[in-house]
Write a protein that binds this ligand. Structure first.
Ligand code: MN
Ligand code: MN
Length: 328
């Protein structure tokens, strides 16, 4: 059988159109760039997970560039495949996924951008779809949490990968910057801190009082010392909470949880982070029955080298799709 013949048979066996364009039909460097080479669709169509971009970096404190992440992640995701070797799962065979384009933003206004994200993500949720957002800087997550919490009707559990706590106070008189979304989410009652967890946290901090907010709200933060100091990575993973069907979860993945050697293209890199492999294993170990939505943020293509960071983001997106597959 020719390679092309195999592709045609595969398409024939699949009962939906939401399937990536095969690299055997069109080489992976060709074609119009969409997330995972998936079809572009509108929300009235019947599919399970929408992927969209939020090209906003108006709230960063150091390096800009995350506004270019959605385009770069789309381009890099051409290398994505559908079969997960470790999970023995062909995710696109059973899960219908589409690229729905980008949420519009106002480049110089966080507040106006929040309104646009809330409106956009609410429409996605009202069409009974889960979603993955490719940010954007980490300020954008607050807007997602507002709409997902409103739809869920109860505070969410947040699974948060980051080098930073993101509970920091206002900066230059601005409340809504990329290091403050967790503080606002707790103060607004969007997340339940006691069932949430932060993974990959490390210094340096401005001072030891930076963790006071976490302590006051019983929000667990797993430092790199805790992760590397565990008997094994598996034993650390086993210590993470498991979430039942009745608990809606939002997963927010700040790419700077990875070590700068694995993700140099980011706004505020911090040495001593997770390797891409450790991050994969932690994501694969998560027990989440109701992952409603997720985002991947802080990828800054202008500071990247050979697309390492964008490729890591694509890999995280694939793991998240696999987590969502379990819930459909
Ligand atoms: Mn962050
Ligand atoms: Mn961070």
């Amino acid at each position: 059988m020719t390679l092309f013949g195999q592709y045609v048979i595969h398409l024939y066996m699949s009962d939906h159109k939401f399937f990536p364009l095969s690299g055997r039909e069109m080489p992976r460097f060709g074609g119009i760039k969409t997330f995972f080479r998936l079809p572009v669709a509108n929300l009235s169509e019947d599919f399970d997970v929408a992927i969209f971009g939020v090209p906003f970096d108006g709230a960063v404190s150091y390096r800009p560039g995350a506004r270019f992440a959605p385009s770069k992640i789309r381009e890099t995701s051409s290398l994505g495949r559908g079969y997960h070797f470790s999970r023995n799962l062909s995710v696109f065979d059973a899960l219908k996924v589409a690229d729905i384009g980008d949420c519009s933003v106002v480049p110089m206004s966080v507040e106006k951008t929040y309104e646009l994200i809330e409106k956009f993500s609410t429409k996605v949720l009202e069409s009974k779809k889960k979603y993955i957002s490719a940010g954007g800087d980490h300020s954008t997550t607050l807007a997602h949490l507002r709409s997902v919490k409103a739809k869920a009707g109860k505070p969410l559990s947040l699974v948060h990968f980051d080098a930073h706590l993101d509970t920091y106070p206002a900066a230059w008189g601005c409340e809504y910057h990329h290091g403050a979304f967790v503080r606002h989410a707790i103060n607004e009652g969007l997340i339940d801190p006691k069932s949430s967890v932060q993974i990959g946290i490390r210094g340096p901090l401005a001072g030891d009082s930076d963790v006071n907010f976490n302590k006051e709200h019983s929000l667990r933060y797993c430092t790199m010392d805790e992760i590397r100091g565990a008997t094994s990575l598996a034993s650390f993973c086993a210590s993470l909470p498991a979430y039942e069907k009745d608990q809606p979860v939002f997963l927010s993945y700040d790419i700077d949880c990875l070590d700068p050697s694995c993700a140099p293209g980011t706004g505020t890199p911090v040495p001593g982070g997770l390797t891409t492999y450790e991050s994969q294993k932690i994501l694969q170990s998560l027990k989440i029955e109701n992952l409603v939505a997720a985002d991947i943020v802080e990828v800054s293509p202008p500071y990247d080298q050979s697309d390492i960071t964008a490729l890591a983001a694509v890999d995280v997106m694939f793991e998240i799709l696999c987590l969502m597959r379990k819930n459909i």
